[in-house]
Unconditional design. Structure first.
Length: 224
């Protein structure tokens, strides 16, 4: 499968590396242009291009940029495509009133910008430094599960398969509007959990459950 990655930061590189290792083709891009990420061609073994080129290249797109930079994501090339949304809302990058009022979730904000794309919320609830080392082969007793949310059943099935290939089990939290269950400062956010533990915690999470920043440091999850 061809995966176009918009963004070239640590999360983009971690997911890109795992996808390449799993046998997928990957094109990385960023807002500064391909000449600024030439080194990634050698260090990762990926293709590089402009944002428009990555959007056209990918069958699946990984939008690994801050929410506040969503304007940089092209609309036309992504019509009908699966767009993976790993974004979290960090107000210090710029306040977004509709998110602060709780009217919509982060992935729904992206869906407003890309109304004809198939948005799947995924990979927002894992620390970037854990993405590569926590990946495990299928059946590993300490395999971590990640939550997803989305409105397109077929798109979610493809994402579940992709996550499995790069080293993770999946728990479907439901439609895109249910993405709040694993947003920043919710109980499962960045906590390493196996599939059964994640299913249980997601099902009991309430909207008023707000955890302190960095709470994952005190919840060992599958790490005991």
């Amino acid at each position: 499968m061809k995966i176009g990655i918009i963004g070239a930061g640590r999360m983009a590189q971690a997911v890109g590396w795992l996808a390449l290792k799993a046998g997928h083709q990957v094109m990385m891009s960023n807002s500064r242009g391909p000449e600024s990420i030439l080194d990634l061609r050698e260090t990762l073994g990926c293709e590089i291009g402009s944002i428009d080129e990555a959007a056209a290249f990918g069958e699946v797109i990984f939008a690994a940029i801050p929410l506040q930079a969503n304007y940089a994501i092209p609309v036309e090339p992504l019509i009908g495509k699966i767009v993976l949304n790993p974004q979290n809302y960090f107000p210090h990058f710029g306040r977004i009133p509709v998110l602060e009022r709780g009217e919509i979730m982060t992935a729904e904000l992206l869906a407003r910008n890309l109304p004809q794309s198939r948005i799947v919320k995924v990979l927002n609830s894992i620390l970037v430094e854990e993405v590569v080392p926590d990946a495990r082969p299928a059946g590993a007793p300490d395999r971590r599960a990640l939550p997803i949310a989305g409105d397109d059943k077929d798109a979610k099935e493809i994402v579940v398969k992709l996550l499995d290939q790069i080293g993770y089990d999946t728990v479907d939290a439901g439609p895109l509007a249910e993405g709040w269950r694993f947003e920043r400062r919710k109980p499962v956010y960045c906590v390493p959990l196996d599939k059964s533990m994640l299913e249980q915690m997601l099902s009991t999470t309430t909207r008023d459950a707000v955890m302190p920043e960095g709470h994952w440091r005190y919840h060992r999850g599958i790490r005991g």
